[in-house]
Design a protein around this ligand. Structure first.
Ligand code: NA7
Length: 542
């Protein structure tokens, strides 16, 4: 720990340190400041927005429809209109600037400042926090709002450093942009990000090669331009929609049916699937039958509907089989189904090729391109759309040392253990939002930022009111939460795919379901039960 940490000037001592200026962190700052806490927010990036500060690759846009992807505060939405149903990264950045002005946030944010480590000072019940460039501060409590995608992942491919063209991971895309026009572009990865980049590159690249390992079961976005008049009409329902988020599985304004896919006739089932397909976005994922994500034969109905829709859009039957196989590569919806606008049509173009890396593995990367057993594919630009060490990676990369001397990384070596997905034993006065074993990846980001965020704010307020200097969860509370998670996971099909939900996209990462699969109503009932029972599962010290 840097010796500067010992220097505790008033300016460098705060009640609460917040890490990350995305939806979660900004909401914490706004609410905690209003309650009279002294607060500092540190942000590694140069601006607001969290992932939207970094994401600027061609085609980057959110996969949640408006108005669910914004704050629920009327003073904000009454003055803000979007131009598209699924906004782009640049419009999201404008939104964050607007929120900054309305809530006057930046004055308490240190930009270009990364939290590198922390050690709990048991004598004073506070965290000694190390920031980069030798800076430091102390905080009575720390709230980590680092999001689920703070640590990017690049696979270890032989020769990657030798490539002489342009090569970037999508989350580290140059802010000035890169023009694909007339270039030979390669994309490794076909997750949400790969699909978005591929659509853009197909428009003007001389040639586009997409390296696919697992077909993405992408859903139609049904993007639309939005005008003010339409939004004025929609705004009549915003209060009701936002209030209802807590009652839905994923923090949207809609829920799935209570009915099994087996309880209805073939015609009725198809009608439900058609209706949700036409609504676009995640409706087809979490808006149909209750057992689609829980039972294989119900799931197969959804897969087959998806498959037939997609295959009808692809001219070449060989490509159709690679992109939408007759037999599911894994159950539908247990890997995040990204949203597409014209992804499947691009494979009908002469300038687009698909390489199935299961048949033709990438052997190495050279100065000029990518080598498979078919030979070298020459490239000018190589896009690494290879995802993230999701949910835990961003937390574990900070050198946070708990009371046992172990870091969070060391403690979670065999898997993350938490209470409510918000606290971990041995790390007093530290809470994390959107963390492992909380709804995180299964919940719309802004909904979690507010709903889980309110629980955290209320806890900190209750601790202050009650004169509690140190709060810390216990091993038995973690064990109980872990058992609850396992029980819920076993009731779903999520463990059946190698997804980032399971930690399975990162070599060596422990396999566990990282997101709470019980839905928000069940999750928040547990949280409320803990808080109303004097923070059951936490040891409170005055
Ligand atoms: P994802 O969804 O994790 O996608 C990463 C993609 O990269 C996926 O298709 C992977 O294939 C592929 N990948 C990873 N390593 C390799 C190697 N070694 N070779 C070939 N292909 C590889 O990340 P995204 O950035 O697209 O999306 C992350 C989230 O952001 C998304 O879920 C939304 O919530 C927004 P795989 O499928 O593992 O076989």
């Amino acid at each position: 720990m840097n010796s500067n940490v010992a220097a505790k000037s008033a300016e460098n001592a705060v009640d609460v340190l917040i890490v990350g200026a995305g939806f979660g962190g900004l909401y914490q700052l706004h609410r905690l400041r209003k309650l009279g806490f002294s607060v500092r927010l540190v942000e590694a990036g140069a601006g607001l927005g969290g992932i939207w500060h970094w994401n600027c690759y061609p085609g980057a846009r959110v996969d949640t429809h408006i108005p669910m992807y914004e704050y629920s505060a009327k003073e904000l939405w009454s003055e803000w209109n979007w131009s598209e149903r699924f906004p782009s990264w640049s419009e999201l950045r404008r939104y964050f600037d607007f929120v900054d002005k309305k809530w006057d946030l930046s004055r308490d944010i240190s930009f270009n400042t990364r939290m590198t480590g922390a050690k709990f000072d048991s004598a004073n019940n506070q965290w000694d926090v190390e920031l980069d460039e030798g800076r430091s501060l102390t905080a009575k409590s720390v709230v980590l709002c680092t999001g689920f995608a703070a640590k990017h992942f690049v696979p270890d491919i032989d020769g990657l450093d030798d490539f002489e063209g342009i090569c970037h991971h999508t989350s580290l895309w140059p802010q000035e942009g890169i023009d694909f026009t007339g270039k030979r572009v390669g994309i490794i990865g076909t997750g949400a990000t790969g699909v978005q980049v591929a659509q853009e590159a197909s428009l003007n690249a001389a040639h586009l090669t997409i390296f696919q390992r697992t077909p993405i079961l992408a859903l139609p976005m049904k993007q639309r331009k939005m005008d003010e008049e339409t939004q004025a009409e929609m705004k009549k329902s915003y209060t009701e929609w936002f209030a209802n988020r807590k009652n839905t599985f994923g923090g949207f304004e809609f829920s799935g049916l209570e009915q099994s896919a087996h309880e209805v006739s073939d015609e009725e089932r198809t009608a439900v699937f058609e209706e949700m397909w036409e609504k676009g976005g995640f409706h087809f994922w979490i808006g149909t039958f209750i057992d689609v994500l829980a039972e294989e034969s119900a799931n197969l109905y959804a897969y087959e509907f998806w498959r037939d829709k997609v295959r009808a859009r692809i001219n070449d039957p060989v490509l159709a089989e690679k992109l939408a196989p007759m037999k599911p590569p894994h159950p539908f919806g247990v890997k995040r189904p990204s949203l597409e606008q014209y992804y499947y049509e691009i494979f009908n173009q002469d300038n687009v090729d698909l390489v199935d890396v299961n048949e033709s593995p990438i052997e190495k990367i050279t100065a000029k391109g990518v080598v498979t057993k078919e030979g070298e594919i020459a490239l000018d630009i190589l896009v690494m759309a290879t995802g993230f060490d999701a949910v835990t990676g961003g937390l574990k990369q900070i050198n946070i040392q708990g009371t046992s001397g172990k870091t969070l990384k060391e403690k979670w070596d065999l898997g993350a253990t938490t209470h409510l997905g918000m606290a971990s034993e041995g790390f007093p006065n530290l809470l994390f939002l959107y963390g492992p074993q909380s709804p995180s990846g299964f919940c719309n980001g802004p909904s979690c930022a507010e709903l889980q965020g309110d629980w955290i704010v209320n806890m900190l307020d209750d601790m202050r009111e009650g004169g509690v200097k140190r709060f810390e969860t216990t091993t038995s509370a973690e064990d109980a939460w872990g058992a609850h998670m396992s029980e819920l996971a076993d009731m779903t099909l999520f463990p059946k795919a190698n997804s980032w939900y399971m930690g399975a996209n990162i070599p060596g990462k422990p396999r566990q379901l990282l997101n709470y699969p019980g839905g928000l109503p069940v999750y928040f009932a547990q949280c409320e039960s803990v808080s109303s029972n004097n923070y059951d599962g936490f040891v409170l010290t005055k």
